[in-house]
Design a protein around this ligand. Structure first.
Ligand code: URA
Length: 426
């Protein structure tokens, strides 16, 4: 017979109380084992969203989620390990060039990634555009590839933080995803359980991100940095702009192509800037402050690491990408400057084209997506291409066009440049 009931724990948080260590341990464990029902955990999640949690409550909640599953031991890897997590954005393909780049500079990057839901894309969906590439690795394969190649991007195994897997699915359908204590503990429980020695967080701010305001993003970042430190994982966060998509490509195959351009020493300036900023933070956190990631991009070492990483998971880095049957190019109706390209609307456009999924079990289209010919700040003349929409089926184009038309604003004057990296917390 337990010392607690779920109803007592729910009432305590509903009334603004602080949950005890024992209550948190019990409720997370009992929920994972199915002894606390989904409807009870959803009531508790809503109480947490409305009432918040203290720092010690969040730390304990996170520890309980880690304890619900296995914690990987990466000591056989014999290089410093460092990972990156992004809170998710539109056109955010940074993991693709960043992981092999940091590996090429001497660290090992254990990148456990997810699939996209809604308007943000998923790293695994993007990589599955590469013929033969396989997302699922066993723990042994994961550690062996990390040791031999230094770079792995794969799906998180079932054994890591199972409490989070169950709770995240519940939050998704009960309007409780947005609670900062629950987001922070969800992200950090998985990263700590994965066994990385250091972690750099890319906390996105703006229309295309979870966090719409810098204040909320800062609070989330600080909470996660403290959680990492409390568990011996050196953690740093950058707050970065997500009011406009990253780069020119939004979709699956198109984002892989753009990432390969960056690895070849080209690519859009903002993607290169953020890749290098995160790489420098990761190498610093891993104890390799003298490494030069810009040189590794220039001299082909990062590209070599990418090719090894893709081949190790069955992919063919030289295979051509699938192309779309339907391409609609939209041209400017007036002269001026691109004053803004709204990240959320472009994310929804790509989703409507088939690049994203509405439900977890839906397939995604490999070639679907948006390509921006002009980015904020670019000069544009009547008749010049602004963007193109790609889809497998013509029926996908009109609903995407409605979103994209809303996204792109032309104005007579050149807009002020926005900084990409807004703040560093660590
Ligand atoms: N990503 C996660 O892994 N968890 C959250 O709660 C939100 C985003």
């Amino acid at each position: 017979m337990s010392a607690f009931t779920a109803v007592d724990v729910i009432r305590a948080k509903r009334d603004g109380g602080v949950l005890s260590d024992a209550q948190i341990d019990w409720v997370v464990d009992a929920y994972t084992k199915g002894l606390v029902a989904d409807e009870q955990m959803s009531a508790l999640a809503m109480a947490i969203l409305l009432r918040g949690m203290t720092g010690p409550e969040i730390a304990l909640w996170t520890a309980a989620m880690i304890a619900s599953g296995e914690r990987l031991d990466l000591s056989p890897v014999a290089r410093p390990t460092v990972d990156k997590h992004s809170t998710g954005g539109v056109g955010d393909k940074i993991t693709l060039p960043l992981t092999p780049l940091v590996a090429a500079c001497g660290a090992a990057v254990p990148q456990l990634s997810g699939r996209g839901l809604g308007h943000t894309g998923g790293t695994l969906d993007k990589l599955e555009s590469i013929p033969g590439w396989r997302a699922a690795l066993s723990n042994d394969e994961f550690i062996a590839q990390l040791r031999d190649v230094g770079a792995v991007i794969c799906a998180a195994g079932e054994g890591l933080a199972p409490a989070d897997r169950k709770l995240y699915a519940l939050r998704d359908v009960t309007g409780t995803v947005e609670a900062i204590p629950l987001i922070a503990s969800s992200i950090m429980s998985k990263k700590i359980a994965e066994g990385t020695g250091a972690l750099v967080l890319d906390v996105k701010v703006g229309s295309g991100a979870f966090m719409k305001s810098v204040d909320d993003a800062r609070e989330l970042a600080r909470t996660m940095v403290e959680l990492g430190g409390a568990h011996g994982v050196k953690t740093v966060a950058l707050l970065t702009d997500m009011s406009t998509p990253l780069g020119r490509a939004v979709g699956n195959a198109v984002e892989v192509t753009e990432s390969v351009e960056v690895l070849a020493g080209g690519g859009p300036a903002d993607v290169v800037e953020l890749t290098l900023a995160l790489a420098r933070e990761m190498l610093d956190a891993a104890g390799l402050p003298d490494a030069d990631p810009a040189a590794a991009l220039r001299d082909g070492r990062a590209m070599d690491a990418w090719r090894r990483m893709i081949r190790a998971q069955g992919g063919d880095p030289d295979a051509p990408m699938a192309t779309a049957n339907e391409v609609e190019v939209v041209c400017a109706a007036e002269d001026g400057y691109v004053a803004g390209v709204d990240a959320y609307a472009i994310g929804v456009a790509a989703w409507r084209l088939g690049a994203g999924r509405a439900r977890k079990e839906d397939p995604v289209s490999i070639p679907a997506g948006v390509l921006l010919h002009k980015r904020p700040g670019d000069r544009v003349r009547v008749g010049e291409p602004l963007y193109e929409l790609r889809a497998e089926h013509a029926v996908r184009i009109p609903p995407a066009l409605a979103e994209a038309e809303r996204a792109v604003r032309i104005a007579p004057d050149e807009p002020a440049a926005r900084p990409l990296v807004i703040e560093r917390i660590g």
